[in-house]
Design a protein around this ligand. Structure first.
Ligand SMILES: *Cc1c(COP(=O)(O)O)cnc(C)c1O
Length: 455
């Protein structure tokens, strides 16, 4: 049992888990023997071989299922890979909030029960220009909550061009149905005019709603009603107007050469009574759904029992407060918030990372390996700016005897997993989303693949 005894980590592994792994490996071997498995190698019966398998089984069972991966897709807000990474200060705030008691719902002035949203309300007001603000679990919850509060049992007027499906089964018409509000579609897919809204308004109308087409674009013969114009119609009929912004950015990315996306401040200024947006898309914070708007509306939402069900947790709140604070100085936000830093990263910096990696891997002398640096286009992801192409740099990997799919699979199964993409039958890593610390990992993954490649 030398192999088992030498590992410190094993000493901390529950005995029951070690026993379970031993039994399952032995059971596996027994089954192969009984089945006369033709692939069975008698070498596998050597003591060291058995111990090694047990060791591997324990290693697999001990490591967390939620693991870090290297994101080589170039997609900055990649929903399947965890969307936004937090700033260092936000990470510190999460750690503090989870280690110590806090005034989460405790008013330190009065010594009485406080309001959970107090931590973010002032900074949200400050950076958005809205009268009030709060946050729930995610933007899907925020939209449902607003509809339920403002329009349950009434009609909500929405343009047919804005009946969005976000993915993961979030569809505006379905959310509407869940909230108990009735969807009143107006206009057509490509064109909606002010009179379409005007004609749809009746005694049952409860809300006018605008949904940002975050993940698609309608081009050609199109017309839509601006939020400002919609807010005027709403005021005339004494109705509230809501905008689901989706991504919700506080920084105008068109200043950095990107396509114009409405900012939260602009939506508030254009007259929206309530605006909802995600915490972990372009905002670059934790998963959350932010709601800003008129004081009376936010107060009403806070009284809705659904708010309790969608309540944001303290670690998220801590990260969110810190992320929002970074926006007080937009230049700081751009350098400190990883999502914004990666989106606005100059190509020359991405190129330097790709070149470093290329140099590191070239040390692995192998005639079977061919790596090239190439120009790439990366995408933002997360249902934001779908048409935005970002100039990027990456590496292509060719390994003799392996298809692009086989390389992709081997990279993905490495520990830690390296996730790339396949383009034109080549495995590609895009360095926009690759951190300098990831470079040695990529080198190890390549070396491992070369060693274990089918001969
Ligand atoms: C992404 C998105 C949502 C859902 O937001 P989550 O934070 O993922 O729940 C809702 N509406 C729009 C327009 C979106 O783009």
């Amino acid at each position: 049992m030398a192999l088992l005894a030498e590992s410190d980590r094993l000493a901390q592994t529950p005995r029951s888990l070690i026993a379970k792994c031993c039994r399952s490996v032995i059971e596996d071997i027994r089954r192969s023997l009984l089945n006369d498995d033709s692939n069975f190698d008698s070498d596998a019966l050597r003591e060291e071989a058995i111990l090694e398998r047990i060791h591997d089984a324990i290693h697999d069972a001990s490591r967390p299922n939620l693991r870090s991966v290297v994101n080589g897709t170039g997609i900055v807000v990649h929903t399947n890979l965890g969307r936004s990474l937090l700033s260092e200060d936000a990470i510190a705030a999460v750690s503090q909030a989870s280690r110590r008691y806090s005034n989460l719902e405790f008013n330190l002035e009065t010594g009485r029960r406080g309001i959970r949203y107090a931590a973010i309300e002032a900074v949200l007001r400050e950076i958005s220009g809205a009268e009030a603000g709060m946050a729930v679990n995610n933007n899907a919850a925020a939209v449902l909550l607003c509809l339920d509060t403002l329009a349950k049992g009434r009609e909500v007027v929405v343009s047919r061009g804005e009946l969005v499906e976000i993915g993961g089964s979030f569809r505006i018409p379905d959310v509407m149905a869940k909230s108990g509000a009735a969807l009143k579609e107006v206009g057509t897919t490509n064109r909606t005019h002010p009179r379409d809204y005007e004609n749809a308004i009746g005694p049952d109308t409860g809300l006018l709603m605008k949904v940002h087409s975050s993940n698609f674009s309608v081009v050609g013969f199109t017309a839509s009603v601006s939020l400002k114009a919609l807010a005027e119609i709403a005021r005339k009929h004494r109705l509230p107007v809501m905008e689901d912004l989706g991504s919700g950015s506080f920084i105008d990315l068109s200043d950095y050469g990107m396509i114009k996306e409405p900012t939260v401040q602009e939506s508030v200024a254009a007259g929206a009574d309530v605006v909802t947006f995600s915490g972990d898309k372009l905002l670059g914070g934790p998963q959350a759904g932010l709601i800003v708007g008129k004081k009376a509306i936010i107060a009403e939402i806070q009284k809705n029992p659904l708010t309790r069900a969608f309540r944001i947790d303290k670690m998220t709140l801590a990260a969110l407060e810190q992320t929002l604070r970074e926006y007080r100085d937009p230049r700081q936000a751009l350098t400190r918030i990883p999502t914004l830093r990666m989106l606005t990263c100059p190509v020359s910096e991405i190129d330097a990372k790709a070149a470093d990696c290329l140099r590191a891997i070239r040390n692995i002398a192998s005639s079977s390996l061919d790596i090239q640096k190439i120009d790439l286009i990366s995408r933002i992801g997360g249902g934001a700016l779908p048409l935005q192409e970002l100039q990027s740099k990456g590496l292509t990997f060719r390994i003799a005897g392996m298809s692009a799919n086989a390389i992709e699979r081997a990279m993905r199964r490495f520990s830690p997993p390296v996730i790339g993409r396949i383009e034109k039958d080549l495995f590609i890593l895009d360095f926009r989303t690759i951190h300098t610390d990831d470079i040695p990992v990529i080198g190890k993954a390549v070396a491992h693949i070369l060693e274990n490649r089918p001969s």
